[in-house]
Design a protein around this ligand. Structure first.
Ligand SMILES: [Zn+2]
Length: 458
């Protein structure tokens, strides 16, 4: 006897779309076949797509930054996630000077235990190697604890998060030996600081100058440098939130040369250009890297369609409207980051619905590839034995995004007014209904920590 059968839907998994019923038992996918029968609950998915839940590999929840804390904690952030069809969220646990990796992640994990509405994993963000570089000796223990990817920052010097090139190479080498995938935020900090200095002198500090302080070539240089080092020591590298045409070209060249380079982008780089910073609410769009010019947006759209981009994630990092306003006359005072955790999967699926990418490609980008790259063996597809993280998507349902119909604690969204054709109508987390037609129906704390496998993609 099965617990749940999802009947008559179009199942998207493994690069194809097939009409098949999905049977769930004890939170796992237990059967796939025509005319399944015998379950306590039957969900009719006629006219719907049946998809694996999205895996958002890039979020910042309950994160102190820019003089405040992100508007979403673990509860509201993961609640918003499941209401948009995302059932696994990766958060950044930022290691500070002198802190251990496992110790840092454990603290964050404790916060999630009573709050998480979806399953969760952590990338540790490494900012300091400690006395006599003792942190390098902890990489094995971190991997054993299930932390098999680390984030590194080539920027945020003043915030104490930047690492230099020397440390970057040491981390890459040790990570390669221990089965850990290094993520990098690639921008050139010195050029950014020099630009900001110039704009301050000339008194031009409105939101658009945030973009001008971090133009395309600032990312391009750092992406090339990061790839150069990773290729030199033959370590795999994952570039987060790729936003520039030059960065796309650099990643493309590295892949062509056979290097294990993976690229992530975010929906906001696919939708918007730097013109948003000229809007009266331009400060709301301040994030780093900023939205770039139309050439970059077009290159990213193409890369998403043709396979060069490996994953789409959100970089969800919301701040209240009043906090974004701190930088109205000086963009450096606006905390960097935007909301996106609830809109990512609906947005990417709407591209599939409009025929710009295929449904299997949307699923690959948002679920299968991040699960594979980051060692979430039970996630990312609808196969027998995997977790029954399942989304029912109604391709006909119209939906207009508004802060009022999101489930985040943020008070605004950069996606306000976006009209989508098609929207998720149900989300199951390990077989349990957690989102139902506009309502969160789960229980905070039911999300589980994912102990991840070591990196093994070639
Ligand atoms: Zn980020």
């Amino acid at each position: 006897m099965l617990d749940l059968i999802i009947k008559n839907g179009k199942v998207v998994s493994d690069g194809s779309v097939v009409s098949v019923d999905v049977g769930v038992k004890n939170g796992k996918i237990a059967a796939l076949g025509a005319n399944l029968n015998g379950a306590e609950t039957v969900a009719d998915a006629r006219d719907f797509y049946v998809l694996p839940g999205a895996v958002d590999a890039h979020t910042h929840l309950a994160m102190p930054f820019g003089g405040t804390v992100t508007a979403d904690g673990y509860l509201s952030g993961t609640r918003a996630a499941v209401c948009g069809g995302t059932t696994t969220v990766f958060d950044y646990a930022i290691q500070r000077k002198g802190g251990g990796i496992v110790e840092t992640v454990k603290k964050r994990r404790e916060m999630c235990e009573t709050e998480a509405c979806c399953d969760y994993a952590f990338h540790a963000a490494i900012t300091d190697l400690g006395e006599s570089e003792s942190l390098l000796d902890e990489f094995d223990a971190a991997a054993a604890y299930g932390i098999t990817s680390f984030k590194t920052f080539m920027v945020y010097k003043k915030e104490g998060m930047m690492i230099g090139d020397g440390m970057f190479v040491k981390i890459l080498k040790r990570a390669k030996e221990t089965g850990i995938l290094i993520n990098v935020h690639a921008e050139n900090p010195d050029v950014i600081d020099a630009n900001i200095e110039d704009f301050r002198k000339s008194g031009t500090m409105t939101a658009y100058y945030h973009y001008l302080s971090r133009p395309e070539f600032v990312e391009e240089e750092a992406v090339k440098r990061a790839i150069h080092f990773a290729a030199a020591v033959r370590a795999p590298l994952y570039i987060v939130h790729l936003a520039s045409v030059g960065g796309v070209k650099a990643a493309e060249a590295a892949k062509r040369d056979g290097h294990s380079v993976y690229a992530e982008t975010c929906p906001h780089y696919l939708e918007y250009t730097s013109d948003v910073y000229k809007r009266p609410d331009g400060v709301n769009f301040i994030c780093s890297p900023p939205m770039k010019g139309p050439k970059s947006r077009d290159a990213l759209r193409k890369a998403v369609a043709d396979g060069l981009i490996d994953t789409v994630a959100t970089d969800h990092c919301p701040f209240k409207r009043s906090e974004k306003e701190w930088g109205k006359d000086d963009f450096t005072k606006t905390p960097n980051g935007c909301a996106g955790i609830e809109t990512m999967y609906p947005y990417m699926l709407s591209l599939a619905n409009a025929g710009k990418i295929s449904y299997p490609r949307a699923v690959e980008l948002c679920s299968t590839a991040p699960a594979r790259l980051f060692g979430c063996k039970d996630k990312g597809g609808l196969h027998i034995g995997k977790d029954a993280d399942i989304v029912l998507y109604d391709p006909k349902k119209p939906f207009t995004v508004s802060a009022g119909n999101m489930h985040s604690d943020g008070d605004h969204t950069i996606w306000e007014g976006l009209r989508l054709k098609g929207y998720p109508v149900k989300t199951f987390l390990r077989g349990k209904l957690v989102y139902d037609n506009g309502e969160y129906v789960g229980v905070p704390g039911e999300g589980k920590y994912i102990k991840r496998a070591k990196f093994s993609c070639q």
